[in-house]
Design a protein around this ligand. Structure first.
Ligand SMILES: N[C@@H](CCC(=O)N[C@@H](CS)C(=O)NCC(=O)O)C(=O)O
Length: 346
């Protein structure tokens, strides 16, 4: 019995090795993207804030901005981009089978996803947590009042798992009503098909923003989970991993250094300090190991903006924003009491 187990474990390890070897000899994602001259970036179904379509059919949003930033870093042009809108259920498969070069779509970093799907999480561009939304008219003030309630939830998500945990922990006897499509989930809730919706709190703000009467719905105060969201790449491609990770950090570091889309030209011409000069390629050679051009970070900031500009535009108070306060939240810069922190550019 022991021997059989050992043999199976060995075969599994050998299998993993074989995958690793094939991966290493195959064309890298950077080579594929450069040859194609287009980045294939996966987002979800249109949701205000993260990824949405304007009247001309152009994608915009905070997760789209990450796609654009990677295209600007790698190909010098944020528009060299094919946005792929994929359902929540199919998101990891579309990555694993090579359809998408990168996934940038409200996806929570968890241990199992990081270790069992052939994928790697790169960096956290939004710190979130799960909550509940109810109609104001229900008078419900706390998630603990949801005893015996029906709750609408997307399937294949951490949301579904956390709801089950919260239900069990607090003995609420909640009945989950599961959906594959976020619009069907929202419509069902609006028509009274469930007492509450549960999702990442940013996702709730996103749904609320598109409702006809947002003021008739309230997000309850409880945050029942940690949902660190960020882009995902295929594993065993560490150069591509580095590119995506450092592109996210370029957005954050630029804000920390006071570089934005308006002043980046002046900052590159006359860097006020060595950190700015290095980041914008005016000195040093930070681009070498990434396999990118000297102006990769300049292109990101010039064409997309820094983290704060992107946040304000889509998640914050901008015209297209969904009004999530940044000050005092984990998404503030670490210098302002938040968790957004870039390792040094040197
Ligand atoms: N962060 C959770 C939840 C993800 C989730 O449900 N995101 C919503 C955000 S509104 C979504 O993707 N909606 C668009 C879609 O269904 O494609 C996870 O990674 O499982």
């Amino acid at each position: 019995m022991k021997l059989v187990k050992f043999a199976a474990a060995f075969a599994a390890a050998a299998g993993m090795l074989a995958v690793g070897t094939t991966g290493a000899s195959a064309e890298s994602t950077l080579e594929i993207v450069k040859k194609r001259d287009i980045l294939r970036c996966q987002v979800g179904k249109p949701s205000p804030g993260f990824y949405n379509l304007d009247a001309q059919g152009n994608w915009y949003g905070s997760d789209v901005a990450v796609c654009q930033a990677i295209a600007a870093a790698v190909l010098g042009d944020k528009n060299k981009l094919e946005i792929q809108s994929v359902s929540t259920q199919a998101r990891f498969t579309a990555m694993a089978n090579g359809e998408s070069d990168v996934l940038s779509r409200t996806t929570t970093w968890t241990l199992l996803r990081d270790t069992q799907l052939g994928l790697d999480f790169t960096a956290i561009n939004f710190y979130d947590g799960q909550g509940f939304m109810v109609p104001k008219g229900s008078g419900i003030k706390s998630a603990l009042e949801l005893k015996g309630a029906t709750v609408c939830v997307l399937t294949g998500t951490t949301t579904e798992l956390n709801l089950a945990d919260y239900n069990r922990k607090n003995n609420l006897k909640i009945q989950a009503v599961t959906f594959e499509d976020n619009n069907v989930r929202d419509d069902t809730y609006l028509q009274g098909g469930c007492d509450a919706i549960t999702n990442d709190k940013s996702g709730l703000a996103s749904s609320k923003a598109k409702f006809a009467n947002p003021g008739e719905h309230v997000i309850l105060p409880e945050t029942i989970s940690k949902e660190p969201l960020g882009p995902v790449v295929r594993q065993n491609d560490s150069q591509w991993m580095d590119i995506v990770k450092w592109t996210v950090y370029a957005l954050i570091n630029a804000e920390e250094l006071g570089i934005n889309s308006k002043n980046v030209d002046e900052m590159r011409k006359n860097p006020p300090n060595p950190s700015v000069g290095r980041m914008l390629g005016a000195e040093g050679n930070l681009e070498k190991g990434l396999g990118l051009s000297k102006d990769w970070a300049y292109n990101v900031i010039k064409q997309v903006g820094n983290y704060g500009e992107v946040y304000e535009a889509y998640m914050g108070g901008g015209k297209l924003g969904i009004g999530i306060d940044r000050a005092g939240s984990p998404n503030a810069l670490w210098t302002q009491g938040g968790l957004q922190y870039s390792p040094p550019f040197r």
